[in-house]
Write a protein that binds this ligand. Structure first.
Ligand code: SF4
Length: 304
């Protein structure tokens, strides 16, 4: 009797796994009869489908919605309208709701800084630029044509910082592209390097009206951007172009006429102040001093 129970258990296990036809060991005659009696084993000459139909009355009734054939369903074919044996034996399945929208990939817009939002550290200059594209953290934002983030080699160890974009920079969205920009390019080339090999940016990224100097609250609002740019660049030398950039980097420094050509410090970077190119265009007699400052830049950057 114990052996029969084991055989019955095994037969049921195999049947539950859909493998009753793999039952190779001969069953006792009594057991075969018992299994055939409840439709778990085909009698001689009976097909497997017939056996399954026999067991249908034993199956759990399915919810009505599961039994409704879909008219257009090719899977049901000619037998549509008749409860399929496979469905009749399956456990009730939860209804999966239709998706409301097509499940196509949606490109997520880059996050931008909203007014009053605390800046987060960006992973790259490009990401930082994108983050601040819509910045309105000070009044200059509403007056700009373009935000002038900065440009150049993202791996540069020599960085030039001015005060803010002028009219042409605002129009093009690039720093130092007017006449002052041409002079800055000459100053950079006097070092024996190309403009593309350094990085150029400003203290404020939007143009102050009438080319005035940026005011304290504007400089403070824009400060996180330049801080993060310099953190990402980690330059060896920063050239401060004019008073605004000098005092942003070294707040307690004196005026530019006094401090130009000196060696100061911002974090781990050396700071060398010199005249702003716009000032040099108005005061060409100081050009020789600016060229002397460039010699110091070359010396510190290449030799020390
Ligand atoms: S100047 Fe700076 S803080 Fe002000 S709106 Fe432009 S990016 Fe923002």
């Amino acid at each position: 009797m114990r052996g029969e129970i084991k055989q019955l258990e095994r037969a049921l296990r195999l049947y539950a796994g859909g493998a009753e036809h793999l039952l190779l060991e001969p069953l006792d005659l009594e057991l075969q009869t018992a299994l055939q009696g409840v439709g778990l084993l085909a009698t001689k000459g009976q097909t497997q489908a017939q056996t399954q139909r026999q067991q249908t009355p034993l199956a759990m009734p399915l919810p009505a919605t599961r039994l409704q054939p879909e008219p257009s369903s090719p899977a049901l074919g000619a037998g549509a309208g008749q409860p399929a044996p496979a469905l009749a034996t399956a456990a009730p399945q939860p209804q999966v709701p239709e998706p409301l929208l097509p499940l196509e990939p949606i490109s997520e817009p880059e996050p931008q800084l909203m007014p009053g939002q605390e800046p987060q550290r960006a992973g790259s200059l490009d990401a930082l630029h994108v983050r601040y594209l819509g910045c309105m953290n000070c009044g200059l934002g509403s007056m700009r044509k373009n935000l002038v983030f900065g440009e150049g080699n993202p791996a540069a160890k020599l960085v030039f910082v001015g005060e803010g974009p002028g009219e042409e920079e605002d129009r093009q969205g690039r720093p130092f592209v007017g006449r002052a920009g041409q002079l800055l390019t000459q100053m950079i080339c006097s070092l024996g390097v190309s403009r593309d090999s350094v990085y150029i940016c400003n203290v404020v990224k939007c143009r102050p009206p009438g080319n005035r100097n940026p005011e304290g609250p504007e400089v403070a609002a824009c400060r996180p951007i330049l801080e993060q740019q310099l953190e990402l660049l980690a330059p060896k030398v920063i050239v401060a172009l004019g008073n605004v950039a000098l005092h942003w980097l070294v707040p307690d420094a004196g005026g530019i006429k006094k401090m130009r050509g000196s060696l100061l410090q911002y974090g781990g970077s050396k700071v060398i102040p010199t005249f702003h190119p716009s000032y040099l265009l108005r005061s060409p007699s100081d050009l020789s001093l600016a060229w002397r400052d460039m010699k110091l830049v070359r010396q510190v950057f290449f030799l020390r």
